[in-house]
Design a protein around this ligand. Structure first.
Ligand SMILES: *Cc1c(COP(=O)(O)O)cnc(C)c1O
Length: 435
């Protein structure tokens, strides 16, 4: 079936027998680009090699953690050295304090960190803590925001605006989904109306300050400030989910770069583990003291704070703390904008925030780049598959869905960016004609 990648295809067939859908996480199945998964064997810097020995420049970068590139020598060395002394103690280790200090250096208004192993867990704990601290049950989220796969957040908007949510996955009880209110981004009036009606029942609003999981739906700071004001006024907590944006554009949180968007709780993941499973919940001492063993909010993890994963995070944050990486990434991003400006295709739209980048194949020349998930045209997204396979064959590994953003890392080069855009320019007009 796949003449380009026979070995990947063979492995996929074998996986299919033993693993549901052949994958450990659904988007990896390449369904939305009408392809089959690639099996990778090795990666270094901005490059990955598949099981057939084919080389690609990677713009997916493990979905965000690898801001320094694949297998950065300092990170690999830290992992190897630490691993020699044991992989997990299920007990305390000094690395916990060091990584907590490195994280808190980026969040000056926060006081404490609890480590977990995935963003999903961090978010799940944040909600439980918020519900406990406020004595309320309802949560507000925005459609197009992704917060992992815990039950309370596998929820989409019901029919009508600002109704109680309905589950977006089978197996989530209706009564739980109904505790989550789902609003569109960028609608202050609806937000305020929702708080007028439900304000005394809302425990927390959870929001990605830089939404980057269903396109890059960068929001106006004024809207985020309104979210902060509503929550404060009604005694609800503001949880900034910075699993993707934390340490991505600057050393610390994206929310802290905006005035008046100070969080009560912040969730982190991805970059803080440097490619290993580390996530964190960050907050004030007062709020965090609700967590067991001090308080009555239970949270735990066999492998939480294990020394090997933390070592990868420490090595990554130490390098990021020098701040040069952010200048380099911004320069690469500017280079990307300039290259894109040169190809000038009427239906190509893009949005970039630092080293996060999304492009959108608009259906008409006057269609604007959406800022709300509701305005993303499904048809525009499905056109992406026509681009994905030819770009793969040219050696560019793009995320396997038009909803997903691309990531630049410190290991990418201006030449790679030029090459990507040049080939995009070559493939794109074809795509428009075929439409
Ligand atoms: C990736 C992500 C998560 C989920 O993290 P996992 O480690 O995949 O569980 C949650 N929130 C945001 C904003 C994310 O980008």
């Amino acid at each position: 079936m796949n003449a380009y990648r026979p070995r990947s295809h063979q492995l996929y067939q074998a996986a299919w027998e033993k693993i549901p859908g052949g994958v450990s996480s659904p988007v990896r199945a390449f369904r939305s680009v009408k392809g089959t998964p690639i099996y990778f064997r090795r990666a270094q810097g901005s490059h990955v090699w598949d099981e057939d020995g084919k080389e690609y420049v990677d713009f997916c970068m493990s979905w965000g953690p690898l801001i320094l590139g694949h297998a950065h020598p300092a990170v690999v060395e830290a992992v190897q050295k630490t691993a020699q002394n044991g992989l997990s103690f299920g007990a305390c280790c000094a690395q916990e304090i060091e990584l907590a200090e490195l994280i808190l250096a980026g969040f000056p208004s926060m006081e404490q960190v609890r480590f977990l192993s995935s963003g999903t867990e961090a978010v799940m704990t944040a909600l439980r803590l918020a519900r406990a601290a406020t004595g309320r049950n309802k949560i507000v989220k925005f459609s197009g925001g992704y917060h992992g796969h815990s039950d309370s957040l596998l929820v989409k908007a019901g029919s009508g605006l600002a109704t109680l949510g309905v589950s977006s996955s089978k197996g989530v009880p209706h009564c739980l989904a109904a505790e989550t209110l789902v609003l569109p981004f960028d609608d202050q009036e609806l937000l305020e109306n929702t708080f007028s009606r439900w304000g005394d029942q809302i425990a927390a609003v959870i929001v990605e300050p830089l939404p980057a999981n269903e396109g890059l739906l960068e929001q106006h700071p004024a809207w985020l400030r309104a979210v902060r004001q509503c929550t404060r006024q009604h005694g609800a907590l503001l949880i900034l989910d910075e699993v993707i944006s934390g340490f991505r554009l600057r050393y610390g949180g994206y929310g802290d770069s905006l005035e008046g968007v100070d969080a009560d709780l912040v969730t982190l993941g991805k970059i803080i583990g440097g490619g290993m499973p580390v996530a964190a919940l960050v907050g004030s001492r007062k709020l965090m003291s609700h967590l067991a063993p001090l308080g009555e909010v239970y949270q735990a993890g066999t492998l939480s704070g294990n020394p090997v994963a933390l070592a990868a995070g420490i090595a990554t944050l130490r390098i990021l703390a020098q701040n040069e990486i952010y200048t380099r990434l911004e320069n690469l991003g500017t280079h990307l904008d300039l290259s894109l400006n040169q190809i000038r295709l009427p239906c190509l739209r893009w949005r970039r925030a630092g080293s996060i980048f999304w492009f959108y194949l608009a259906l008409t020349t006057d269609e604007e780049l959406p800022r709300r998930a509701e305005n993303i045209q499904k048809k525009a997204i499905s056109r992406f598959h026509r681009l994905h396979a030819p770009m793969l064959n040219r050696g560019w590994y793009l995320p396997p869905s038009g909803y997903e953003v691309l990531f630049l890392s410190a290991a990418h080069t201006p030449r790679e960016i030029e090459g990507l855009i040049r080939d995009l320019g070559q493939e794109l007009p074809l795509d428009q004609e075929n439409e």
